[in-house]
Ligand binder design. Sequence first.
Ligand code: GLA
Length: 404
Amino acid sequence: MPEKTPFPDRLAILRAEFVRFYGAPPELAVRAPGRVNLIGEHTDYNDGYVLPIAIDRSVLVASAARRDQTVRLWAVDFDAHVTFSLDDIDHVQVQRWSNYQRGVAVVLKERGFDLPGVDVAFSSDVPIAAGLSSSAAIEVATAVTWQTLVGFALSRPELALLCQRAENSFVGVNCGIMDQFISALGCQNAALLIDCRSLAYRPVSLPEGVVVVVMDTMKQRGLADSAYNTRRAECEEGVRLLGAHLPEITALRDVSVAQFERYADGLPPHVLRRCRHVITENQRVLDGVDALERGDAAAFGRLMDASHRSLRDDYEVSCAELDAMVEAAWAAPGVIGARMTGGGFGGCAVALVEERLTSVFSQQVGRAYEQSTGLTPSLYVTVAEAGADVVHQMLKGQTARRSW
Ligand code: GLA
């Protein structure tokens, strides 16, 4: 990935841009991170388990409340702006990027919160369409902005659920809860085990001497939304068919590997493969957490590798570029485990790597990937960051919590 601008510099640039555009300083700045998922893919909408980290790439939103119902948004990175009224929020086909903020406003209002208009300038260093959840980060940063300006009570899990609803019902993408949840609740220096049914969660530390490497294929996700919805429908079909033997199940999460093996034969072949991925992946997350908690990085790595094979062969959401990247990682010195991450069909893969071999790993993977695909990838070491937070606040009578 391109050289990262240090966080204080990003904040200072955004503040200056806000002043230039709106003629007065912002009163608030909010950071919400992107994410990379270590294991547990396509399990969230099956009520299952996931193990993502919030990464050190984020969306930054600077804002000032207004006295009317006007929302002005300025996307600093692509120099685009838009104005709309909170009294009449439409889904738009031009300036589509603003549908995230519009959707968040709609769900917060539906929830009964009285929102003020707001002037916003935002920027992001989460690459777009790379499978690192830049859209969830925008939603979460927007919701935290309004929450802080108004001061209403809303727990972070509830906030994440509202942002997911904005994406499902307003933006029109039928995603699960993982991306919004980790952006809102991420944990510094740890992954988060999330039970996507109960929304119970807990931090899981990564072993010493091991780093997380994000490997961007530079192939943007194509066809992802329609395939995503097809996979969801196939999982529902699996629940319906397996329910003939197991009437108590309401999601694939409820089916153990042993039960699946007993009843799999009656399923149409493609439904069988989709179900096998989800059911074994849930087990891999739980086994992976056990492995990490007993300090067995190698066992965790083997589960990551198995997750990739399952996503490639059974769930069929990988692509030539993701496979080339993961195979390059599997062959490189220092690798502990590697897999595609996120929805699939492009975007990023992730590897766990021995810290002392990070540069030789990255060089070898970069070279091998470029040779087999002709694309120049972007590899970068990330660290687990905290979830969304207020990074600057100058409300009346208060001093800044952190200086610009
Ligand atoms: C996308 C969705 C998530 C999750 C992943 C696959 O990132 O937004 O909810 O389903 O795909 O694990």
